[in-house]
Ligand binder design. Structure first.
Ligand code: GLU
Length: 548
């Protein structure tokens, strides 16, 4: 009786507040950045599918509905918790550099890296896509439902048409490059104008692609007609011809790796291992902050400490991290208590520290990428961040989907002691910031699942949410809504129009160079408290969380 009253109450609550809710623990839950994708995931779970089945169906839907952010032309990282085996696996579907790549392709006549958009737009920064290989490996490991059936909802949507979201419409309107690519122009424009919000969009090329992959799995993508269309698009790009070959595609394989886990206070935080810097940076920042008392009575003061800790951590990232298959850096040496305590001692609570990162060729903060979180009624959990890098990736389309520009996440020139391990090389994976994260309490029960888009700021958004929940004792919704902040070169960024003057003054007084910016996170996740799951989809990305 009490349970059903509770359910009615929460259903009512859902109707009132669509991007946030609480639900009993043995229910399922999905949070993505697109309402229709969340619903597709929810339907799969309602049919008895598990979290992995939902991941595959949602990701195909997002490719169609939120094409500017992620898709099979890109890559991603998946952290999957198998409840029965009590086991966590990290799937690495990061793009690789084509075998013909040379760093010189990305340098100007003086040997300096080209500007971001000179690198990102067109064929030269397209990495070998990794998403589909990753999904196939993960679905073989965990999926319950038939691979083919998980494509049906998106095939139907693609065939019958779907409404252009306001996010997609705005992205087309804002983009300066998309219309320079005939295939993309044909799809995203009508009569030379961006397709309108809520206008119907059909994608017959993508429908065909989905049909092929639904039958042939990733082989149908990495070989044959689709592979040929990718190679053709890249090698004949109207801007900057690229280097991907049929062999690059045929040889691609996603990898299973150990996730990176570490302790923060009484919790175990697990996240993406290299080739993402995500987990490493999150654990470093939290490890440094563990030396301080953080609390909701001193949020301003804590933000200063988080920013200072982050500065040291980003510096280590630039110094040491890269594709683990290409370097033998022992990253655990930089995560020891002793090492992090030494850094903490150098941080002043009274003023901004001097150790700023001097980066010359990084001025762009991307707004692409997507994160989604799923829990099924069996208790399996997926935390996945997926990306084509920049908004609309390279802007090149093949077989109905956009191709990534992920090679722009490489560095192209060593700068003093920075970037050595992230210089582009054939078959190497570029360093990422994507941070799909799962947190366990001291009894090894899942406490929280989170992740976000946001380029290098992903790490800061996720750290903010973790601290807000663990130290500032906020509920997950309040934590996600709390204004974002990040660092960029020698500046600190704070979310535009969200912080009280009091915060700005405090940070300026400590000597920080404060810049206000839209910091457009997409923190989609949930927190488990006792017998309830509290879910949230970040309003900044128009997300939707659903449950049964
Ligand atoms: N390419 C970025 C990375 O892998 C993600 C871009 C974004 O979040 O917008 O770190």
């Amino acid at each position: 009786m009490f349970k059903s009253i509770l359910k009615i109450f929460f259903l009512f609550f859902l109707i009132l507040a669509k991007n946030t809710f609480a639900v009993e623990k043995n229910s399922f839950f999905v949070s993505t950045s697109h309402p229709a994708a969340s619903k597709i995931g929810g339907n799969i779970l309602a049919k008895g599918g598990n979290a992995m089945d939902a991941v595959l169906a949602i990701q195909m839907a997002l490719n169609l509905l939120e094409p500017e952010s992620s898709g099979i032309g890109g890559g991603g990282f998946l952290l999957y918790y198998d409840k029965k085996k009590n086991h966590l696996t990290f799937y690495d579907g990061r793009e690789t550099a084509p075998s013909k790549i040379k760093k010189e392709f990305f340098l100007d006549n003086e040997g300096n890296p080209l500007s971001f958009f000179d690198i990102a737009v067109g064929g030269s920064a397209v990495g070998v896509p990794g998403l589909l290989s990753m999904l196939e490996i993960a679905h073989n490991d965990h999926g319950l439902l038939n691979w083919k059936d998980l494509f049906t909802p998106t095939i139907k949507l693609s065939e019958n048409g779907f409404k252009v979201s306001s996010k997609l419409h705005k992205a087309i309107e804002k983009d300066k490059y998309l219309y320079l690519f005939p295939e993309s122009k044909k799809y995203f424009y009508k009569n030379n104008r961006p397709k309108k919000k809520l206008s119907m969009l059909k994608n017959s090329n993508f429908t065909e692609t989905l049909k092929i992959i639904s039958l042939e799995k990733s082989k149908g993508f990495y070989q044959g007609k689709i592979a040929e269309s990718i190679v053709y698009a890249v090698q004949n790009s109207p801007i900057k011809r690229g280097y991907i070959s049929l062999n690059d595609l045929k040889n691609y394989k996603a990898k299973k790796r150990e996730p990176i886990c570490g302790k923060y206070r009484e919790y175990k935080i697990c996240s993406a291992a290299p080739p993402s810097a995500g987990g490493f940076s999150i654990l470093q920042i939290l490890g440094i902050l563990e030396e301080f008392d953080l609390s909701k009575d001193q949020i301003k003061e804590d933000i200063h400490l988080i920013l200072e800790a982050a500065k040291y951590s980003y510096n280590d990232r630039y110094k040491y991290l890269g594709d683990p298959d290409f370097s033998n850096i022992e990253i655990n040496n930089f995560l020891t208590k002793k090492y992090l305590r030494q850094i903490a001692k150098r941080i002043s609570t009274k003023k901004r520290g001097g150790s700023n990162i001097k980066i010359n060729n990084e001025s762009f903060i991307p707004t692409s990428t997507t994160h989604f979180s799923v829990i099924d009624s069996y208790g399996n959990i997926a935390s996945i961040t997926s990306s084509i890098e920049n908004t609309f990736g390279s802007r090149l389309m093949a077989s109905g989907f956009l191709l990534n520009n992920q090679l722009s996440d490489f560095n192209f020139k060593i700068d003093g002691d920075l970037f050595k391990n992230n210089i582009v090389e054939p078959k190497k994976r570029p360093l990422s910031s994507m941070s799909p994260t799962i947190i366990f309490d001291k009894n090894n029960n899942v406490k929280m699942v989170i992740g976000s888009p946001g380029g290098k700021s992903i790490i800061m958004y996720v750290v903010k949410t973790i601290i807000a929940v663990i130290d500032w004792k906020m509920g997950i919704e309040e934590a996600v809504n709390f204004p974002n902040f990040s660092i960029h070169k020698e500046k600190i960024l704070i979310e535009k129009n969200k912080f009280d003057d009091e915060y700005k003054k405090y940070l300026l007084n400590l000597g920080h160079l404060v810049v206000e910016k839209e910091l457009n996170s997409g923190l989609n996740g949930f927190e488990i408290k006792g017998n309830l799951i509290f879910g949230v989809a970040d309003k900044r990305r128009n997300g939707l969380a659903i449950y049964n």
